[in-house]
Design a protein around this ligand. Structure first.
Ligand code: GLV
Ligand code: MN
Ligand code: MN
Length: 415
């Protein structure tokens, strides 16, 4: 059979994405389907059914990562793996991660209905808790799989409100599997992840397919400040120890340093203020700092500069400070050959393609550390993501899945 003429079923892909969009739907077209919550369970149950209907052998590991396998003719050869995440931000959109999981399923369905026997095993995945918006850090399932955290550490992570523990919640939804969570249990030859771009570059350039050469490094820090609570009315402006005011100045510093240093982004995205009352001076603040760059050293240097300025502010405001490094993923340069294959496959399909970098973090940051990896991007309307209005035209989704199909077919037939 001439694989070059094989195409996925765009109508079926769209219907599958629309079915997913009904699980955890918000009134504004978005989704709330955080990992290890009841909505995640409904999503996973459906995936499991779809994986089985596609004739796959399904394995669920200790972190709840789902693997659906189509055995190849030559099982001792390494497998080709593709997938992404089915969980969302709180709230998130209908495509982030989901396109990669359901695109992989559509590739599997296409291969099955055409009775294609590949040389290598073909595996599609749903990685647990990529978002980390409810249980931090992000890329938790793939991070344990790649050997960067112990499963025990991951199980102990608390939700954003500090009330529930990840391992217990995963067990409650029935997806704490027994298969060891480690890449060492699998023989992987190559991995691809299809994803929406989540930024504006493709749309602005009028290009249909993005082939990222890699992913920026991602550093997460926590900052804790202590102030002195008091009645806001009688307490004079001079001499206050206002932890939120100190944090506000620090937020400006993060933005300023990121601008000054260039080739990086820096963001304060989460803040907890105590006691969070309009008539009490804030006595305690926790906020997060997210720094990303292609240059890991540059990011570390930026953090050191920020920290130095934080200490001056903390001293001046009389608010003792404590900082912690919470999570760090090095920049991920993808495999050159697979990256080229994405562009070649797109062009062979008559699609425009360009090389670029990924600012967003992905499971591929972790997976790429233990095997050869590459990603395929499709445009995001207005470059918006991690929002309910996140949108990618179905035609672009179909294009991306067709590129994924070609990449998978070529790679899984290499001996
Ligand atoms: C993952 O969604 C990220 O933070 O880039
Ligand atoms: Mn994602
Ligand atoms: Mn995301």
């Amino acid at each position: 059979m001439d694989f070059n003429n094989l195409r996925i079923n765009g109508k079926r892909l769209r219907e599958t994405i629309e079915t997913s969009a009904g699980i955890g739907a918000t009134p504004n077209k978005g989704l709330i389907r955080c990992a290890a919550t009841p909505e995640d369970k409904i999503g996973r149950d459906l995936l499991l059914k779809w994986y089985k209907e596609a004739g796959c052998e399904v394995t669920i590991d200790e972190m709840g990562n789902m693997f659906a396998v189509r055995p190849g003719k030559n099982r001792e050869l390494g497998a080709v793996l593709t997938g992404s995440h089915f969980d969302t931000q709180k709230p998130g959109g209908r495509f982030d991660g989901i396109l990669g999981v359901l695109g992989a399923l559509e590739v599997m369905r296409t291969i099955q209905e055409n009775n294609i026997e590949l040389e290598r095993d073909f595996i599609i995945t749903n990685w647990t808790n990529e978002e980390g918006g409810w249980f931090a850090p992000a890329c938790m399932g793939s991070g344990v799989w790649a050997g960067n955290h112990s499963k025990e550490w991951a199980y102990e992570r608390k939700d954003r409100d500090g009330k529930t523990v990840f391992g217990e919640e995963l067990e409650k939804i029935g997806y704490k599997g027994t298969f060891p969570c480690s890449y060492k249990e699998w023989n992987i030859y190559a991995a691809y992840e299809l994803h929406i771009e989540q930024g504006p570059q493709l749309e602005q350039a009028g290009i249909q397919i993005g082939a990222p050469k890699g992913i920026l490094c991602l550093h997460w820090y926590d900052v804790y400040l202590e102030g002195t609570a008091n009645q806001v009315g009688p307490t004079p402006m001079v001499g206050r120890n206002d932890a939120l005011l100190a944090a506000s100045e620090m937020n400006i510093v993060v933005n300023k340093v990121a601008h000054q240093m260039g080739n990086m982004v820096g963001t304060v995205g989460e803040i907890q203020n105590y006691p969070n009352s309009r008539n009490i001076i804030p006595s305690k603040v926790h906020f997060t700092v997210d720094i990303r760059s292609w240059d890991d050293e540059h990011a570390v240097k930026a953090w050191k500069m920020m920290k130095k300025e934080f200490e001056v502010i903390a001293e001046r405001r009389g608010c003792p400070i404590r900082t912690e490094e919470f999570w760090k993923v090095a920049h991920a340069p993808f495999d050159q050959e697979l990256n080229d294959r994405v562009v070649e496959s797109a062009e062979a399909l008559g699609l425009s393609a360009m090389k670029m970098y990924s600012g967003a973090g992905h499971d591929m940051s972790e997976v790429n550390q233990v095997t050869r990896g590459a990603m395929i991007f499709v445009p995001s309307i207005d470059g918006r993501s991690h929002v309910e209005v996140e949108e990618t035209p179905y035609e672009d989704c179909e294009n991306g899945v067709n590129v994924l199909l070609q990449c998978v077919l070529k790679t899984a037939d290499e001996v």
